[in-house]
Design a protein. Structure first.
Length: 245
């Protein structure tokens, strides 16, 4: 900031350049600044709280209503920010079905491929010369060799193709279909969580964000509220602010 104050009015182009540079540097450090600079989105206070909560706890269970930006924040902004800061992380994004997962990963891939502001913030984060770049998984350039894709996005009842993860990001894995319409799927979803997804962690690496709506008292979301799953739970009141998911 001191440099900006020293510049005279006639140095407006330089002042503009310095301010721009400061925004880029802030976007590398703060997810709120990242969202603002790369996408032009000002996060609501409750959305900032989601990110703070997910940063603070290795297992973060966040309840939030529909149309409040859950997917945009926790399955687009957050994975890009996490991967930009550490391209060696291995992320799995798990949604209620494959179609939604494909849409999520498509938005992530497009940002990495063609968003100029994203490239300003994380210029080294690019598609790997060798590795997957499909509708279900993408691989970016990284410092250490790894078999698994950098980001894989699948439905909760799918089988992950890799055998390792550092981050699991659950985005509404429970929905009307697997909780209410087809109640037999409830146990299958719980089983998939414990047998398929948790099995991807190497000891000490795990980081889980799980953001959701409440559906049924016997579904996966309510199951993992139990103490033996070791989640910290955020269930905050939110004022009526409608934001597209």
């Amino acid at each position: 900031m001191p440099l900006v104050k020293e510049i005279l009015p006639e140095d407006a182009p330089r002042l503009k350049e310095l301010k721009h540079r400061q925004r880029v540097l802030r976007a590398r450090k703060l997810v709120t600044a990242f969202a603002s600079f790369v996408f032009g989105w000002k996060l609501q206070k409750f959305q900032e709280h989601w990110h703070e909560f997910a940063d603070k706890y290795k297992r973060a269970l966040i309840f939030a209503p529909q149309a409040h930006g859950k997917t945009v924040n926790m399955s687009l902004i957050r994975p890009l920010f996490v991967l930009g800061r550490n391209p060696n992380r291995i992320l799995k994004i798990i949604s209620c079905n494959d179609d939604k997962a494909v849409d999520i990963l498509g938005a992530i891939a497009k940002t990495i491929e063609s968003n100029k502001k994203f490239h300003e913030v994380f210029p080294s984060l690019k598609p790997a010369e060798r590795g997957s770049w499909t509708k279900h998984q993408i691989t970016v350039k990284r410092d250490v060799p790894a078999i698994d894709a950098s980001v894989e996005a699948l439905g909760v009842l799918s089988t992950g193709s890799g055998d390792r993860a550092t981050d699991l990001m659950f985005d509404d894995p429970v929905d009307f279909r697997n909780a209410i319409l087809q109640p037999a799927l409830r146990k299958m979803v719980i089983r998939a969580y414990t047998a398929t997804w948790l099995g991807l962690f190497a000891q000490g690496e795990e980081r889980i964000t799980y953001i959701c709506n409440a559906w049924h008292h016997n579904d996966l979301t309510h199951e993992i509220k139990k103490p033996n799953y070791h989640y910290h739970i955020l269930n905050q009141a939110i004022a009526k602010v409608k934001i597209a998911d």
